[in-house]
Ligand binder design. Sequence first.
Ligand SMILES: Nc1nc2c(ncn2[C@@H]2O[C@H](COP(=O)(O)OP(=O)(O)O)[C@@H](O)[C@H]2O)c(=O)[nH]1
Ligand SMILES: [Mg+2]
Length: 292
Amino acid sequence: MRSGFVPVVGRPNVGKSTLVNALVGEKVAITSVRPQTTRNTIRGVLDLANDEAQIVFVDTPGLHRPRTALGERLNRLVYGSLAESDAVVFVLDATGKVGPGDRRIAARLAAAAAPTIVAVNKIDRAGSDRVAERLLEAAGWDFAAYVPVSAIDGHGLEELTRELVTSLPEGPRYFPPGMRTDQPDELLAAELVREKYLARLRDELPHSLAVAVEEIATRESGIVYVSATVYVERNSQKGMVIGKGGELLRTVGAEARSELERVFGAGVYLDLRVKVERDWQRRDQLLDRLGY
Ligand SMILES: Nc1nc2c(ncn2[C@@H]2O[C@H](COP(=O)(O)OP(=O)(O)O)[C@@H](O)[C@H]2O)c(=O)[nH]1
Ligand SMILES: [Mg+2]
């Protein structure tokens, strides 16, 4: 069979996580309208029929100009993932122009050894003229293939997969059949709580938010007990995250709980707390503890 690790890279918000979820056919990574939602490399596995191929997609944080220790770590993480790749998917946003950020990434990828396939995403929201424009802008880079896709409606995903299979070497099965991600339950649960907050918070606050899950335990009753802490950077943010009379904490808690119940296939009790960790984004020790 053919197999390999395929990092999915690009600027923030171009749809990398949505694309990985769509390719794998299961939600392995959280998504949001906000840039810098993804803070870890998350593997999502696609098995093709008849053992033809196993593609291990690696969802990555968006590449950007770093302003904090967290930002630097995230960029390093992405470039590190390229070192161990068999092919790369470079995602562009069809609804925006190819910019200096895209060109910087393209230059890094051109220097890397693995074949790169450019996916021009969000074509459901761009007319064919604009898609053609993006493809033309990118054609000068001389990568292995260029595929217009929509992670939302599934357009082009088959073609993208076919291009990848041709680019991958003969290799072993890395994950057992049916295993869609290697992400521990604790991490997935923490990410789902963060996703629900990202959808409801405005402005800079989302960047100041981190979530850690301390415990997941199945009680005798069959209920799954999940204990999680939401970290913010300043006292003033604590109130915003909790909301008037605890309303936001309750709403987000209920939304996260119902999605966790779907994921675990069991009733869930979600124990959610809020804590202040001053400037956690800039402190290496705290980044270690939060798993970034
Ligand atoms: N219309 C449209 N929106 C998309 C598509 N792919 C992603 N998005 C949206 O773009 C935003 C960013 O997506 P996300 O996957 O979190 O981007 P990432 O930062 O690159 O991982 C979200 O609001 C997605 O719903 C697409 O193919 N079409
Ligand atoms: Mg993402």
